[in-house]
Ligand binder design. Structure first.
Ligand code: G3H
Ligand code: 13P
Ligand code: NA
Ligand code: ZN
Length: 323
């Protein structure tokens, strides 16, 4: 069945790689994630946001994930390691509902709360989750929005001096931190970037903060949200075939490669899947205007997502061959 994150994080931290955490909202995303994980022999975290539950229905998504384990076996993987994780749970009740219904891992995101409230909420979720061997991710520090000035973004970075107290008092199994990543396809404005050989290069992640955190909590599993790299070729395909994405800028993969070698052992990617799906659908429909069977355009969309997932696993996170 589904597994929690405990053993896979221990191995990932020790081995200097990161486990991919891919969000899914549709069957095609689930299939592409499983195919990619099986082909690369990688453990994988399939995560469901509150928005995904509102879109697709929580019951349907969790049964898709349970079916994913059997599907992986059908594809020839004898012992798949698949986690079903709640992404950005915002209340105890939502986390409890997921724990009660077969999720193997949950995130309680109290990062926008005052420190003591974040501690209390995370601790309450941990106490409940651990009775059922469900692992818990909590978060300290706030991920920046693109509108934020660089200075205020930095003021939201995780404070290394808080992490020992937070991890000890909450008992959380992993800690999401803020070191310069953010959600979505517009992580930086062009003004925040430097032009190098015609390419806009965003400011680097705060590796100094990451290293301080690693020194405070040796071997403790660290999580990076907002880690899509927003591939230019997908953005260009979307724009070529009728889309209009401006200033779509992500985290350079080189930065993620470096992070994966550290105590960062879970890297969250959602936007890159959305871009891969949309690019393939736009291209297919533009080139085949007579097609109207969803299978005709969802199949190339699924293929394109699978290719992206395999690329992340093999060339960025390094979790291939780790089953
Ligand atoms: O952290 C955000 C994830 O990308 C999920 O996004 O809330 O739109 O499903 P969503
Ligand atoms: P991206 O928007 O960068 O894909 O981040 C996803 C994420 O952090 C999900 O929790
Ligand atoms: Na790592
Ligand atoms: Zn996130």
């Amino acid at each position: 069945g589904l597994v929690n994150t405990r053993e896979m994080f221990k191995r990932a931290v020790a081995g200097g790689y990161a486990i991919p955490a891919f969000n899914f909202n549709t069957m095609e995303q689930m299939q592409a994630i499983v195919m990619a994980a099986v082909e690369t022999k990688s453990p994988v975290i399939m995560q469901v946001s509150k928005g995904a539950r509102n879109y697709a229905n929580g019951t349907i998504l969790r049964n898709l994930a349970k079916g994913a384990v059997e599907y992986a076996k059908e594809l020839g993987c004898e012992h798949p390691e698949i986690v079903l994780h709640l992404d950005h749970g915002d209340t105890f009740e939502l986390c409890k509902d997921c724990i009660d219904n077969g999720f193997s891992s949950v995130m309680i995101d109290g990062s926008s709360l005052p420190y003591e409230e974040n501690v209390a909420l995370a601790k309450k979720v941990v106490e409940y989750a651990h009775q059922f061997d469900v692992t818990v991710e909590a978060e300290l520090g706030v991920l920046a929005g693109v509108e934020d000035e660089v200075s205020s973004a930095e003021s939201h970075y995780t404070k290394p001096e808080e992490v020992i107290d937070f991890a000890t008092r909450t008992g959380c199994d992993s800690l999401a931190i803020s070191i310069g990543t953010s959600h979505g396809a517009h992580k930086f404005t062009p003004e925040q970037c430097t032009l190098v050989n015609g390419v806009l290069v965003p400011p680097p992640l705060a590796f100094d903060i990451l290293h301080e955190i690693e020194q405070k909590l040796p071997g403790f599993p660290i999580v990076l949200h907002g880690s899509s790299s927003v591939p230019m070729d997908e953005v260009n395909t979307i724009n070529k075939y009728g889309g209009h994405l401006e200033a779509a800028i992500g985290i350079p993969e080189e930065q993620l490669r470096k992070a994966a070698k550290s105590a960062v052992c879970k890297i969250n990617i959602d936007s890159d899947s959305r871009l891969a799906m949309t690019a393939a659908i736009r291209k297919h429909l533009a080139e085949h205007p007579g097609d109207f069977d969803p299978r005709q355009y969802l199949k190339p969309a699924r293929e394109n997502m699978k290719k992206m997932y395999i690329h992340k696993i093999v060339n960025v996170l390094g979790s291939d061959g780790k089953l």
